[in-house]
Ligand binder design. Structure first.
Ligand code: PLP
Length: 474
């Protein structure tokens, strides 16, 4: 019999989590205004709010915390990080930052100006924020397959080169500072970008004289999918794939809180010395001196070690298999989820899960609250609350999909936790027809409302509103 495949690590330290009752949770969530962001962590049993900075570190990373060199300039911990950026990621210049959005702020301060357009594959919200804050525009060139949750395309993060060429043709070259490839594509569900697509984007961009950059938050998970799904790469190591991937770009911004396997940190890596010098000035103003960038020396050492570990195939297999295991359990139970399962999260399609809840009553948020009440699991709504209101009409914007995201922290929960999550959702799914109404807003902020919104149970009777499920507006 073939030996089953298991995680390539054992556990050295554990953290207790409080097992609450349904009565406690019903009270807490009401007090929290039916907003999961308002819950303090001890009220959450399994926390799937995000995979950002929430994972476990290895003993070797903790060792780096202990031996961190806290020198202001020229820290040994920085030199370790620089060495990994040079030798494993293949870029000569490294500027640490306190997290991913700070790396975006530094790079975009130099490259993005008013009126510019930045094409890419579904830019992450902070990325889009940093572009739009500079009165520039992010243009989404993701392939259409990405928006059909049932389409089994193996690389739904891919950029449609025809859409990209349209952007290149319709704007003067001076107004397109770069094309940004996000690996994996968070916004479209942790979906990967193929090496073939990266090469095609690079070739097209070269033709038009436009540089390519990466948003590299989940670069290692992307490399794993390339190895698994792209025949030409099945015999290459993850480190070889990563190096090739970055060889097609002029640099990257990275939230190290994902595949850096650390709880805080970011990175800007660059190929060009002059650009490094210019970015370095902004780095110093916004983040700190060039060799620490808003982080402690120990954080830099833990990140260097984290990058070495996250680019190991055995680690990635454990990571991505666990997410897939949860996704497949849900599929077995007939629960509608986005397919294929992404690298860091499972996305549940709330509109087909809760057919009786009107869209105006925030179906995905309603499902997120049900899941919390059922089992103390905290997911996050990726739907109408997140989409905010139309700035002119002030009406809700209904995005194409109304999703509940279950993001899995790295090396944190066991397979038993995955079973627990799956059964909790199944229980709700079994009584889905009884859930007929959702939530209404009591208070909201004018932008980014989902973080602070306060809600209450809606009083409406759904069969009146059922007909009002609107078609997609954006
Ligand atoms: C998390 C993330 C960011 C922002 O990074 P922070 O560390 O949260 O500031 C940018 N891009 C992508 C794709 C991300 O997932």
């Amino acid at each position: 019999m073939e030996l089953p495949w298991v995680e390539p690590y054992k556990i050295k330290m554990t953290e207790d989590i409080y097992i609450s009752t349904r009565e406690e949770r019903e009270k807490w969530i009401e007090e929290a205004g039916f907003n999961l962001f308002n819950l303090t962590s001890e009220k959450v049993f399994v926390d799937l709010l995000t995979d950002s900075g929430t994972g476990a570190m290895s003993d070797k990373q903790w060792a780096e915390i202990m031996i961190g060199d806290e020198s202001y300039a020229g820290s040994q911990s920085f030199l370790k990080l620089k060495k990994v950026v040079n030798e494993v990621l293949g870029l000569p210049y490294a500027l640490p930052t306190h997290q991913g959005r700070a790396a975006e702020n530094v790079l975009f301060s130099v490259l993005v100006k008013e009126g510019f357009v930045v094409p890419g594959n579904s830019h992450f919200d902070t990325t889009k924020g940093h572009i739009e804050f500079r009165k520039a525009h992010a243009v989404d060139c993701t392939i259409d397959e990405a928006f059909d949750i049932h389409d089994l395309h193996p690389f739904k993060g891919n950029i449609d080169v025809n859409k990209l060429e349209e952007v290149y043709k319709s704007h003067p070259k001076e107004n397109i500072p770069f094309c940004l490839i996000t690996v994996t594509c968070n916004t479209s569900g942790g979906q990967p970008v193929s090496m073939e697509n990266i090469k095609a984007v690079k070739a097209l961009s070269d033709k038009y004289g436009i540089p390519v950059y990466f948003d590299a938050a989940r670069f290692a998970e992307n490399a794993y999918f390339i190895k698994e799904r792209e025949d030409a790469y099945k015999d290459k190591s993850i480190k070889e794939i990563v190096k090739e991937m970055f060889s097609y770009g002029e640099g990257f911004t990275m939230s190290a809180k994902k595949d850096g396997l650390v709880n805080i940190g970011g990175l800007l890596a660059l190929r060009d010395e002059n650009l490094y010098r210019t970015c370095g000035n902004f780095g110093i103003i916004y983040e700190g001196y060039l060799t620490y960038g808003g982080l402690a020396g120990r954080d830099l050492g833990a990140l260097a070690q984290g990058l070495m570990e996250s680019t190991e195939h055995t680690y990635l297999k454990a990571r991505i298999n666990q997410v897939e295991y949860l996704g497949n359990k849900l599929i077995e139970f007939g629960i509608p989820v986005q397919k294929p399962i992404g690298g860091h999260a499972v996305f549940v399609d709330a509109l087909s899960f809760l057919p009786n809840v009107p869209r105006e009553e925030y179906a995905a948020q309603t499902l997120a609250i049900e899941l919390y009440k059922e089992a103390g699991i905290r997911g996050v709504e990726i739907g109408t609350l997140l989409a905010d209101r139309d700035p002119e009409t002030r009406l809700d914007r209904f995005p194409k999909l109304e999703l509940l995201r279950l993001a899995i922290p790295r090396k944190t929960y066991s397979y038993n936790h995955m079973d627990y999550i799956a059964v909790a959702l199944k229980n709700i799914y079994d009584r889905r027809n009884e859930i007929k109404s959702g939530l209404e807003i009591v208070w909201e902020s004018p932008i980014l409302r989902h973080f602070t919104v306060e809600l209450k149970k809606s009083n409406s009777v759904s069969n009146v509103l059922n007909s009002s499920r609107m078609n997609d507006k954006i």
